[in-house]
Design a binder for this molecule. Structure first.
Ligand code: ZN
Length: 223
């Protein structure tokens, strides 16, 4: 069972000190999906991954330390913008993750795309928001393409990039990417082989896990 704890933090934007609930521990028995979406037990705790300052509304991620100095003026401008404040009609958690992604992007956090991908995961599970998932994945893909080339060689970025390309139906590009990307990690290569065969079969569905690629542990990814 997931274990929930509480922590105190100082808001990185306004300095207010507040308490928030966080995921203290969650043993994952099942391997994540091919885009690293966690198995159900951890997935249901997604609303604990971020926390929002009750004074200024700045959204931060548990365990993610933003690099100082923060571009505070830019952040405030973004938080006032209509792109940020508009009601999207998406599930509240997806909306929060999209906003968090915008704030991380403003702070030049290259992993900002993961917030947008996670918003897509929320929409995948909501029949009324499913169509939005592809748009969110397109947006996250663009963020990766705009990032530093060396960042794009990271294992998790390669995994998530290949999966998102296939999920939006870009089968040709998925196959070309998986074939040509330089990787010396044999486990990662197995996942790319799976993505390639799914793309060749024009399969855009989700729900494929790392185990489907013949992987038995996450060591290759964390080690
Ligand atoms: Zn604040």
């Amino acid at each position: 069972m997931p274990e929930i704890g509480t922590k105190k933090c100082r808001c990185a934007l306004c300095g207010y000190i507040y308490e928030y609930a966080y995921l203290a521990e969650c043993t994952e028995i099942t391997l994540p999906d091919t885009d690293l979406r966690p198995a159900m037990m951890k997935r249901v705790t997604m609303d604990l991954w971020t926390h929002t300052c009750p004074v200024c509304g700045f959204i931060e991620r548990d365990g993610n330390v933003l690099q100082e100095p923060l571009p505070r003026e830019k952040i405030r401008r973004i938080m006032r913008s209509s792109a940020y404040t508009k009601k999207t009609g998406l599930p509240a958690l997806a909306e929060t993750l999209i906003r968090e992604g915008m704030l991380r992007e403003a702070c030049d956090d290259p992993y900002a795309y993961q917030s947008i991908l996670q918003a897509a995961w929320v929409c995948d599970d909501d029949p009324s928001a499913e169509d939005e998932s592809a748009d969110l994945r397109r947006r996250a893909l663009q963020m990766i393409e705009d990032s530093n080339p060396s960042f794009r060689t990271e294992t998790q970025v390669i995994l998530q990039y290949a999966d998102m390309l296939r999920r939006i139906g870009e089968f040709e590009r998925t196959a070309v990417f998986c074939r040509n990307v330089q990787v010396d990690n044999t486990e990662l290569r197995k996942v790319l082989e799976l993505q390639m065969s799914l793309a060749e079969g024009k399969i855009s569905g989700g729900g494929y896990t790392l185990r489907d690629a013949g992987i038995n542990s996450l060591d290759f990814f964390t080690g």
